[in-house]
Design a binder for this molecule. Sequence first.
Ligand SMILES: [Fe+2]
Ligand SMILES: [Fe+2]
Length: 192
Amino acid sequence: MHEVHPTPSGLRPTLPEWAVVSPKRLAHIERVARLVAQWAEEMGVPDSERNRWLRAVWLHDAMRDAEPGELERWAPSMPGPAELRHGPASAARAKADGETDRGVLDAVRYHSVGLAEWDMVGRVLYCADFLEPGREHTQDERRALAARFPKDPGGVLREVARARLGHAVTSGWPLPDPTVRFWNSLLARAAG
Ligand SMILES: [Fe+2]
Ligand SMILES: [Fe+2]
């Protein structure tokens, strides 16, 4: 269901073998990878750190188009729709597959909801997932935020969280506990 064309070397690693993603999803993941690689370049991060960022990118939506039964099998303690389940399921699968980096696993597991304790991997993924250029809404604002990220990752993270949470609140969705703690941690960091 994936690997319609080879991954450009600058964006490697690539999708795990067990990934279940539609061609449209793969195109999204590649755009996120391209943005993250660009940020890593501009920020001058070491190759090992860039590799962590890209690992999280390739893993984050790897189970996004899996059958409900598969998602339940890999994320039994996370009830709810695929939107909320695919992160925990992808992280569990990645862990079973040998991924041991806590920052990478937490980035993948919580990429839809946010996590107060995230290291840079989680923050980068949360922002790039939202700011990649393929999404249709508010393209100009998102392009400006994407360009600003390398110089002001903390400020951009707050803006992205504000936009994503604002959307959830407007839609009348309940905010999961990690999301509330995540948001409060961003405000505390800005104040202190
Ligand atoms: Fe996702
Ligand atoms: Fe995504």
